[in-house]
Write a protein that binds this ligand. Structure first.
Ligand SMILES: Nc1nc2c(ncn2[C@@H]2O[C@H](COP(=O)(O)OP(=O)(O)O)[C@@H](O)[C@H]2O)c(=O)[nH]1
Ligand SMILES: [Mg+2]
Length: 356
């Protein structure tokens, strides 16, 4: 099992509370206080969380995995019909045409090679291949903070995808791990955006630098970053506007914010995180493409997986972009942000027994 924060963790949780921590190691979010931390003494607790993820992914399970099961039920041989039905099912589950075609070609190749006629084999190939896609994109998913100074995360995404909520949830995770967090409201397009971030910050107990509506987002960032050194912040998360109707301006604005960040803190932002709403299906793919062309995206968060049957989008995104998924959002509460773990995800979806 691995995920970006469980893997290669070198920081002792006791060390992470020191604001002067400059070890340069991967961020250790799995402190004792983190409810999702792997607890060798508590397998029941881990099982409960796993069961919970399974519940949260219920809609995708129902519409996608159960349909696959139904399709295979009673089938004794693999025939063209089975392939065609499977193709349709995968495409409608938002795996995308290209991913589906590739998956089925690979399945055909393996079935020919093994001269297999067993539908169970086809199903297994499908699951394995999906897991492979998820693992390829997530092979190196550890977010690495800089050797010195704060870890700066810039959060992007179109309106309503869940940026501000995800920032609140991330801040909670970092806080739980003993990090000193500052949030910056650089979504100056709507006053409500700044207020919403403030509400999250107050709830969690972290500093929020608010902005006034209509102010220049890069000057908000410029001023906010002046406070970083004196405040001893370990993590700075910047919320940005995501209006789409002025895409060119938005791109220029994001580039400018990035430049300002780097000017104030060399190397920042260390993570450019794009938030994608899983319920938008293929639309999410084109958003990822646009944003990635404009500013190099280094990590993804997929939100609202609890409310959608389009969970297949995760496989599609992993195959299409070689950008690691850091988190998945599975609810509206602050605890509802999960580290993305391919094994755990596939297991929760297909209900396999523990792959380890
Ligand atoms: N069910 C569910 N709702 C979410 C999730 N993430 C965000 N939301 C909701 O999506 C809506 C828009 O979120 P917001 O953070 O304001 O989006 P922003 O415009 O990108 O900043 C809010 O009602 C959130 O509560 C999630 O993982 N699951
Ligand atoms: Mg927002």
């Amino acid at each position: 099992m691995f995920s970006w924060f469980k893997k290669k963790t070198k920081i002792d949780p006791a060390d992470t509370v020191k604001p002067e921590d400059e070890s340069g190691d991967e961020l250790a979010l799995n402190s004792e206080k983190n409810p999702e931390a792997e607890d060798p003494a508590g397998p029941e607790k881990k099982d409960a969380l796993r069961g919970n993820l399974r519940n949260r992914l219920a809609r995708t399970r129902e519409s996608f995995v159960k349909k696959i099961d139904l399709l295979f039920k009673g089938k004794v041989t693999i025939d063209q019909d089975l392939f065609e039905e499977l193709e349709e099912l995968l495409v409608t589950a938002d795996l995308g045409v290209a991913t589906t075609v590739e998956l089925l070609e690979e399945a055909r190749r393996l079935i020919d090679r093994d001269k297999s006629d067993d539908p169970a084999m086809l199903k297994k190939v499908l699951q394995d291949k999906m897991l492979e896609y998820l693992k390829q994109a997530g092979a190196d998913t550890v977010m690495v903070p800089p050797e010195k100074g704060p870890f700066v995360i810039m959060v992007l995404g179109v309106n309503g995808v869940g940026k501000t909520t995800t920032i609140g949830k991330m801040a909670y995770k970092f806080k739980q791990a003993g990090k000193n967090v500052m949030l910056v409201a650089a979504d100056t397009f709507r006053a409500a955006a700044s207020e919403q971030l403030k509400v999250w910050g107050d709830r969690i107990g972290v500093k929020v630098v608010v902005s006034t509506e209509g102010s220049d987002p890069s000057s908000v960032v410029y001023d906010a970053f002046d406070l970083v050194g004196s405040g001893g912040y370990d993590v700075v998360i910047v919320d940005t506007a995501g209006r789409m109707h002025t895409r060119v301006n938005l791109v220029e604005e994001l580039k400018k914010i990035k430049r300002v960040m780097d000017k104030k803190i060399s190397g920042a932002p260390h993570e450019v995180m794009l938030v994608i709403d899983a319920t938008t299906g293929q639309n999410g793919i084109s958003q990822a493409r646009h944003f990635n062309e404009a500013v190099d995206v280094t990590g993804l968060t997929l939100t609202k997986l609890d409310g959608t049957a389009k969970g297949g989008i995760v496989v599609n995104i992993c195959r299409e972009f070689n950008i690691p998924i850091r988190f998945i959002g599975v609810g509206e509460q602050m605890e509802d942000l999960r580290d993305f773990d391919p094994d755990e995800f596939v297991e929760a979806l297909f209900g396999r027994s523990d792959p380890d």
